[in-house]
Design a protein around this ligand. Structure first.
Ligand code: BDP
Length: 647
């Protein structure tokens, strides 16, 4: 059975019951949390590291580097985890490295974990870019295809084999992109010896950010009892004052388990209880989850405590997992995006996981700084351009009420060969992994399956129809979109999306220097898309590069003034159209970010309203004034948050 037929079958199942699995994956991917039954041991810090510089990059496998300590195979260097490896040293060959790199770390596992055969010990990698293979004490335990999403494996039996040896974890990571990876890319070998040295090759791709690589998110060990809560799905709703939390819990390791579910409010009061693997919790006088600036108490979270008890004859097991739950609804009409039945206008940003030195590595000071800047701007939302961000970031969004369009790494799908069966099959699995990971975040209100694919190519129709229908079957509660930059009349996927998301760069990539064309071209853009599809529209990208400190009046390209005027000209049109069917505007980009080197990039992309070091350009102040004004018009702000009183 080929994937589309198989998906069709799953879809029917799903429409009948919201919680029935349509996902092709057979286990959950709950965020590792400590509880009375679960311990977490972070393995962040310094790992031994070695890039395989051999001509075919395969020496590590040929000589089985995983069998002994990495330092015994050759020279190793210190490498921080989490971080991209590219900008850590002064070596250009490592910055631009393509191929396998090897990480290794020895871990002392608590004796109790080893002694207790009733404990599962799980090794989890938050994300590694792009392809990973993992060994424990020289034994291969798992591999994973794709960056930006977590993977894990149970390693209890391996560490119990010989409790006297430390647990040696080896992770090989390969950043090579092919026509079938997500994002796709190609390797080009240059064989002309009059121009290039022996063995010269480059990685080509069609996206505009540096292909940072390495172990980007935390690596950790966590425990669960042998019988454990494997996955939880919640879908929320409300009727008048009563909140509804429909839940489904899947259990592993026990044929018969008893489950009790308790919903606890922020003050620690139990507000609803239930038993069994599926049910509905009813919350009287519900406190809904609201976006930032839409309500005086945004981001309200309950805690859903799931308690499992099971016995296997010899022992009894108890597992406890607490999931934050925000109660809210999302829906779309032909002109509006509704959260809790109230119109929501996206005034937000596009971001990247990107910063000096650590590249795409998770960094708490940066995350908190970015949230402070978004709140300073008055941004109520962002899109995870162009790949899933760390779960830790989504948890911040849940708590602060920042609304998220959650995008998968389907960026740069331009080559017709990347619309084939293998690519689609992989893309479907990535959506499974993304929805499995992020389905319970109240902040996530829409899935984006791709950014600017070649949507006019004939195979795009089948590809996006399948992908969008599959994603809707996985999660019937959220709208699905992809981000388009193609011609409205020839876009093959647009009939299948719930919301049209359009990127455009008038007076930049087209008619450079001609700011006066923006009003007419933007107006035409909106009228065309709405006229053909009658779906609400988000301006999902717009902007202009500005090198901080470059000034010119009248404005010229790359100055702060030019960036300002581009924004203002777009805003004038948004203000007319948001009264009709435009439901949001997301600036490209929140901050400057690194790209490959090229003649259109000056040490990276400079379309940020903040610099890469998070200092504001003039455009940031324009945006700030606008976003607070919009919040005052569209939100329900308490007096103390009203701009400019809060400044
Ligand atoms: C858009 C892409 C984005 C780029 C941006 C730009 O979606 O990734 O960075 O253009 O060129 O088309 O700045």
């Amino acid at each position: 059975m080929d994937p589309p037929e198989r998906l069709g079958m799953f879809r029917v199942v799903c429409l009948l019951a919201v919680f029935d699995a349509v996902c092709l994956l057979d286990t959950g991917m709950l965020f590792p949390r400590e509880s009375s039954s679960r311990e977490v041991k972070e393995l962040n810090g310094l790992w031994d590291f070695r890039a395989d510089q051999s001509p075919n990059r395969n020496q590590g496998f040929d000589r089985a580097w995983y069998k002994s300590r990495l330092a015994e195979t050759g020279p190793v260097i210190d490498m921080p985890v989490p971080a991209s490896y590219n900008d850590i040293t002064q070596d250009p060959a490592l910055r631009d490295f393509i191929g396998w790199v090897w990480y290794e770390r020895e871990v002392v596992v608590p004796a109790r974990w080893v002694a207790d055969g009733g404990t599962r010990v799980v090794l989890r990698v938050g994300s590694a870019h792009y392809y990973s293979v993992v060994w424990v004490n020289g034994v291969k335990v798992t591999e994973h295809d794709g960056g930006h999403l977590p993977f894990e494996v149970e390693i209890g039996s391996l560490i119990r084999k010989d409790p006297t040896v430390p647990c040696r974890i080896t992770i090989a990571v390969n950043n090579t992109l092919t026509l079938e990876t997500l994002p796709p890319g190609t390797i080009q070998h240059m064989d002309d010896r009059t121009k290039y040295p022996e063995g010269f090759f480059v990685q080509n791709f069609n996206f505009d950010f540096f292909n940072y690589a390495g172990i980007h998110r935390p690596v950790l060990l966590y425990t669960t009892p042998k019988a454990y809560v494997d996955d939880i799905t919640v879908v929320t709703d409300f009727l008048d004052n009563t909140g509804l939390v429909k839940y489904n819990v899947s259990v592993q390791g026990a044929a018969n388990a008893t489950l009790s579910v308790t919903l606890i409010d922020k003050d620690g009061r139990c507000v609803a209880t239930s038993n069994g693997p599926a049910g509905v919790l009813k919350v009287v006088d519900v406190k809904l989850w609201w976006p930032y600036l839409m309500h005086e108490n945004p981001g309200y979270l309950y805690s859903m405590e799931v308690r499992l008890t099971a016995a296997d004859g010899k022992s009894t097991f108890e597992d406890v997992y607490s999931l934050p739950v925000g109660i809210r609804t999302v829906s779309v009409t032909s002109t509006q995006f509704l959260i809790n039945n109230k119109p929501f206008y996206f005034h937000g940003v596009n971001k990247h996981e990107d910063s000096d030195i650590r590249g795409k590595g998770l960094d708490w000071p940066l995350i908190v700084k970015d949230f402070n800047l978004m709140k300073w701007l008055g941004a109520n939302s962002f899109r995870t351009s162009h790949y899933p961000y760390a779960e830790e970031i989504l948890q911040m969004c849940d708590r602060h009420g920042i609304v998220v369009i959650d995008e998968c790494p389907g960026v740069g799908i331009k080559d017709i060969r990347s619309f084939g069966k293998a690519s689609l099959t992989h893309h479907l699995v990535v959506m499974d992994e993304l929805v499995r990971r992020d389905k319970n975040h109240p902040s996530v209100v829409m899935w984006s399956v791709a950014n600017e694919p070649a949507a006019e190519m004939p195979p795009a129709e089948f590809y996006f129809k399948t992908l969008i229908q599959h994603t809707k079957a996985l999660d019937p509660t959220r709208p699905v979109t992809y981000i388009t930059a193609s011609n409205y009349a020839r876009d093959k996927g647009a009939p299948y999306v719930d919301v049209i998301c359009v990127n455009s760069y008038f007076s930049w990539y087209h008619d450079p220097g001609h700011l006066e064309v923006i009003p007419i071209q933007l107006n035409t853009q909106f009228e065309n898309w709405y006229g053909k599809y009658q779906k609400p529209i988000i301006q999902s990208e717009y902007g202009a590069d500005a090198v901080p400190g470059l000034h010119s009046d009248p404005p010229v390209m790359f100055t702060e003034e030019y960036q300002k005027v581009v924004l203002q000209s777009y805003h004038n049109v948004f203000d007319q159209k948001r009264k009709q069917y435009v439901i949001g505007e997301l600036i490209w980009n929140f901050a400057d970010f690194m790209t490959v080197q090229g003649i259109t990039r000056v040490v990276g992309n400079k379309k940020g309203v903040f610099t890469r070091q998070r200092q504001p350009k003039a455009a940031a102040f324009i945006l700030r004034e606008r976003y607070w004004r919009l919040a005052n018009e569209t939100g329900i702000l308490p007096p103390w948050t009203k701009y400019p009183c809060s400044l």
